[in-house]
Design a protein around this ligand. Structure first.
Ligand code: GLV
Ligand code: GLV
Length: 354
């Protein structure tokens, strides 16, 4: 191959490999047993010559690794993720490495997992399942695993980007929930969408739903479900802390399928312990793969191992996008705005989800 591309974890599907090989790349896929590769292992894998890397969100792509990649003649790094809080873009820019991520193809899949967490938490599905498998079921009882109805309640979406908006549609259209959302930017298209949806509901003899952009405090105080869909930045780290948990309804549901550090996990455990009526649905953790002490024992928490984007359609789409990011730069196009820009060569239209 003209280029050597390192892929730090094998990826699903086959298209991605074709994208790289047809761009003239020799592809080296790391098959190491350990789940998370440290900098020393990645440095070894990069070796003397490496033109591009597809890496994972568990890796620390900052000055050290970008320096190593640069020294091996590298030009491009693509994260196999939409989130890029594991990348220090300034360091990539400093070393002249272009950076890509995989937006678009995981919008609906991630929103569906957030919806699944919401339903699993509201209906205590995992608790009840454990009871069933434990052979404890002795017959129907009026008080067995009584949960929370979503229909007509209020859902608060923090960070209504692509994923948050898709989740909001699922909750509003599926459960006729009212929606509060919080964002730095005005989001007129969200209000417009739900206004039109309300017109439709009304035309069918139904009741309108409301959709309002509000401050975080108002959202937390008034939502029955709060779902986080914001990127992890210095501003969103511990966005949900002890004080803000205290603002929420005592029987609210908190869903996080974004990034763990958005929540102060120790404070959440204390809150779950003190408020048995409060529930959480979590796909991400502050210090993955660890969980805060006590979390695993909280029966009012639904705990998933960072699988929000895990459908075959999405995971193979992410692989193809990551490969396109790398192949595009190696073949010299399209021109970057500046080295280190987050590239979106193919921002798949979420409307094209099969
Ligand atoms: C997964 O967490 C992603 O950012 O794609
Ligand atoms: C990610 O795709 C987002 O902007 O929500």
């Amino acid at each position: 191959g003209k280029f050597r591309v390192l892929v730090t974890k094998n990826l699903p599907g086959e298209d991605w490999l074709k994208v790289l090989t047809s761009a003239g790349a020799q592809v080296d896929i790391c098959t190491a047993k350990q789940t998370i590769l440290d900098n020393a292992s990645i440095t070894k894998l990069v070796g003397d010559k490496c033109d591009g890397v597809i890496g994972q969100l568990t890796e620390d792509w900052s000055d050290e690794l970008f320096g190593v990649l640069k020294a091996a003649g590298g030009k491009v790094y693509s994260n196999y993720a939409v989130g890029f809080n594991n990348i220090v873009l300034e360091d990539a820019t400093k070393h002249g490495i272009a950076v890509g991520n995989t937006p678009g193809v995981l919008t609906e899949t991630t929103a569906e997992l957030a919806a699944a967490l919401t339903l699993a938490a509201s209906r205590r599905l995992l608790e009840a399942e454990k009871f069933m498998r434990g052979g404890k079921y002795e017959g129907f009882l009026p008080n067995l695993f009584v949960g929370k109805l979503l229909q007509g309640k209020t859902v608060g979406v923090v960070g209504p980007g692509r994923i948050g908006f898709a989740y909001a549609k699922m909750m509003v259209e599926g459960h006729k929930m009212n929606i509060l959302y919080n964002s730095h930017e005005p989001q007129p298209e969200i209000a417009d969408y739900f206004n039109k949806y309300s017109d439709f509901l009304e035309s069918q003899g139904g009741t309108r739903v409301t959709a309002r952009q509000v401050e975080l405090e108002e959202l937390l105080q008034n939502s029955d479900v709060v779902s986080l869909h914001c990127a992890l930045t210095p501003e969103t780290r511990h966005l949900i802390n002890k004080e803000r948990l205290g603002m929420m309804k005592p029987d609210a549901i908190l869903v996080n399928a974004a990034r763990g550090p958005n929540v102060d996990e120790k404070a959440l455990v204390a809150h779950l312990q003190a408020n048995p009526g409060f529930s959480a649905g979590l796909d991400v953790y502050e210090d993955e793969p660890a969980m805060a002490p006590g979390l695993a024992e909280c029966s009012n928490a639904v705990l998933m191992p960072h699988i929000a984007s895990a459908t075959l359609w999405t995971r193979s789409g992410m692989a193809k996008l990551a490969a396109c990011n790398v192949a595009g730069v190696l073949r010299g196009y399209p021109a970057l705005k500046s080295a280190g820009d987050v590239l979106q060569f193919v921002d798949a239209d979420p409307g094209s989800v099969p």
